[in-house]
Every structure is written in structure tokens, then in C-alpha cells.
Design a protein around this ligand. Sequence first.
Ligand code: IMP
Ligand code: MG
Length: 184
Amino acid sequence: MTFDDQEYLQRYPFIERILISSEDIQRRIRQMGNEISEVYRDTVPIFVCILKGAYPFLADLTRCVAVDHEVDFMAVSSYDGGTQSTGVVKIEKDLKSNITNRDVILVEDIIDSGLTIDNLMELLQVRNPRSLRVAALLDKKPARTKDVPLDFVGFEIPEEFVIGYGLDYQEKYRNLPFIGIMKA
Ligand code: IMP
Ligand code: MG
């Protein structure tokens, strides 16, 4: 835990504990960046940041990638306004890039049920990318209802609600540099 993490904990008393410290996140992202640089050394991939949650991860991950690449952004939402993800996604903001014959890496903050990413991949496959892979910082594996192959994963986490590093609770706390668990 860094001094910063400690300071945030004092300022946000409703955070019960830190699940993954900012140091651990950054160390793991450097490893992921190396791995991705190896896989894509002969091509120029497009990193697609799934808004909003993945923005810190995209920024840190791409700065650890040592091959030429492009970035683009996409926003999706679940069709029903309920709390449970249905996986039927609606594109709120589409890509600017044409991904046909391109190597695409979907950058996600967390894979929970897996329904969102599964549905999104189906939507993007229709555009005939050369390859379509997923880089997720967090994999909440026990919550998975849809089996989705994840290519690059930062951390597997238990079935708990987490905040920080892009992940929100009612649109807040995305700024925290670590992954934390809120008090019940
Ligand atoms: P899925 O379709 O169930 O995989 O939904 C994944 C989406 O739910 C993520 O992109 C997050 O926006 C949100 N989500 C899932 N678990 C958490 C959590 O623990 N904290 C914050 N958001 C979460
Ligand atoms: Mg999200």
C-alpha cells in the first residue's frame, strides 16, 4: 500500500478495505503490457476502451505497450434499466475506427456475469475484425453465467462489489488508485 492509498482510506471512511493496492495494479499492468507487446509485435492493434469504467486501465496499459497501436472508445449500456445485467447491450457511443481486418483488443474494467462482453463481442464480430481479444483488469469469476474466453486478465477477484480504478458506485469513486471494498 502506498502513502496515497493510506491517505485515501482516511479520507473515505466508508471503504472497508483495499483489495488490490495501486502498487500491485501498476506492477501487474506492466506485465500485461509486456505480454501484449509480444503478441502484437507484427501488427498495429486497436485498443477499444469500454467507457466509462476502463479509462484508467486503458491509459496505464497503453503506456506499458511498446508496439505501435491505436486507441478508440465505445460506450454501451444494458437495455433494461434493472440492476441485473441482461447482456443485451445497446451501443451508446460507437467506434470511429473501421475494425474490418484489424486486430482489436477490447479493454474492460471488470467481467462480472460476462453477458455484456459476450454480447458486445457478437456485435463487433459482424464487422469482421482480423482478431478480437479481451483485456480485463478484473475477472469476477464466481459470478460468471456466460463462459467468455478472456485473453489478458489482471486479477481474479471474489464475488464482492468493488470500487476504484475506474469502477464506480453511483458514478463516484472511479478516481481511487486502488481497488477497494465498501462497507456494507
Ligand atoms: P457483466 O455483464 O455482468 O459482466 O457486467 C459487467 C459490468 O458491470 C462492468 O463493466 C461494470 O460496469 C459493472 N460491474 C460489475 N461488477 C462490478 C463491481 O463490483 N463494481 C462496479 N461495477 C461493477
Ligand atoms: Mg463497465
